[in-house]
Design a protein around this ligand. Structure first.
Ligand code: PLP
Length: 414
């Protein structure tokens, strides 16, 4: 295993404790009274729902918002989002089941679900065909054949969008460009050949295209240019290849601002998107994950020990990258607040770090279990809670829960 340590936070200080909403503080303090060392995610479904409404309201009526369940699949969060999004993006049977139960449809109706993933197995494809999803984003010619065979056996026509890895997308900024060799989708030069073959398959309804070429993009103008490019490219490619275009999926990728960054301007994005001409009968799907759920989650872990080692201070948590891997995998400074906890066993020494820089580490037996480095604290003691705000996306889902076998982090909905 090799994981980059997060960048140094110096000269920053930890957040003041009042960045934590009162409800979150109260719920966490309740947990400290339960007698088990705390390691928990707390989610506020209302915050996620508000993000979805904000994006949904800014967009023109031809656009739909499908929540990418992989970002946070806690059932309470998915349920809170269900009334505020048009559908879901899923990658597995588990996510499909969650999506279908959060937004049930009448028997035989199209389920508002799209599905992507580079290695969809026959059982996954069969479940998607049976669920009657709005689009299976096919990643290769073989996958198109598999879907057609399954749909033939089920006596249905499966709706399919071809996932494309574009050669270039004419946008700059923080976007991750297409044109990079990868396991995702069909490389743009191969698209006409794959479409020709797909049109010969008996049980497919080719509805359009899926392109997911943006990642953590904070530039609203670049994202609107990307949307425009996806729509125009899809119209042109459909015309050239005899496809009856009804569906353009531009993937996820709307970013979330961390320390010192400027947040994504949703209103500006909506304003620019509205200038794109989308033909009647074509729906544009956005699949945001991170943008909808990042700020609805807090990860909190109890300080098990505070240690000094050759002049540096370490805050050791009941948790770490086994519960929350983001600061290392995204290589970001993910700042924290310290929530003081007063109760402490009488007569037991209580180590503390005061008015100094500390490094926040986890309970795993590897120096790579480091969540935050060189951050200034007024005071942190054993028994206090260290709380990471903005931990709602790719937090619990992305962590290595089994390494060392400690109990997994609890998850709670406010
Ligand atoms: C196909 C697809 N759609 C949507 C998303 C969500 O992306 P984000 O959380 O960056 O919005 C992902 C993320 O990996 C993805 O792979």
């Amino acid at each position: 295993m090799s994981i980059e340590l997060p960048p140094s936070a110096a000269p920053r200080s930890v957040h003041p404790v009042d960045v934590l909403p009162e409800q979150v503080r109260n719920r966490l303090l309740e947990l400290t009274r339960a007698g088990t060392p705390v390691s928990a995610y707390v989610y506020d479904g209302a915050v996620a729902a508000e993000r979805a409404r904000e994006l949904r309201t800014a967009l023109p009526e031809w656009a739909d918002v499908y929540y990418a369940v992989k970002a946070n699949s806690f059932p309470g969060v998915v349920a809170a989002l269900a009334p505020c999004v048009d559908g879901f993006e899923v990658a597995s049977r588990t996510e499909l089941e969650l999506a279908v139960s959060a937004k049930p449809v009448a028997e035989g109706a199209v389920a508002p679900v799209v599905a992507a993933g580079p290695a969809k197995s026959v059982p996954v494809l069969t479940a998607l065909v049976r669920a009657g999803v709005e689009a299976i984003n096919a990643e290769s010619l073989l996958e198109l054949h598999r879907i057609s065979r399954i749909a033939t056996a089920e006596g249905v026509r499966a709706k399919v969008a071809l996932r494309v890895n574009p050669a270039t997308t004419p946008v700059t900024g923080s976007l991750h460009m297409g044109g990079v060799p990868s396991q995702f989708g069909v490389a743009e030069p191969d698209v006409p050949g794959v479409l020709r073959a797909a049109l010969q398959l008996p049980a497919l309804d080719l509805v359009g295209f899926h392109i997911h070429a943006a990642s953590n993009n904070l530039d609203a103008e670049a994202h609107a240019a990307y949307l425009r490019w996806c729509v125009e490219w899809s119209i042109r490619t459909a015309q050239e290849n005899g496809i009856d275009l009804r569906h353009v999926d531009i993937g996820g990728g709307i970013g979330v601002a961390f320390e010192g960054e400027k947040p994504f301007d949703v209103a500006r994005f909506g304003e620019l998107a509205a200038q794109v001409e989308v033909p009647e009968g074509v729906k544009v799907v956005l699949e945001p994950g991170r943008f909808l759920v990042t700020d609805c989650g807090w990860y909190a872990a109890e300080v098990t020990d505070v240690k000094a080692s050759y002049g540096e201070s370490f805050v050791v948590l009941r948790g770490g990258i086994n519960h929350f891997q983001l600061p290392t995998s995204w290589e970001i400074v993910h700042n924290v607040a310290v929530l003081p906890v007063e109760s402490w066993p009488e007569g037991c020494p209580r180590p503390a770090a005061e008015d100094t820089r500390v490094t926040v580490v986890g309970e795993l037996c590897t120096p790579e279990d480091t969540l935050l480095r060189d951050v200034k604290v007024d005071r942190v003691r054993a028994g206090d809670l260290v709380v990471f705000p903005d931990a709602g996306s790719y937090g619990w889902e992305f962590a290595m829960h089994s390494f060392l076998g400690h109990p997994v982090a609890q998850r709670l909905l406010l």
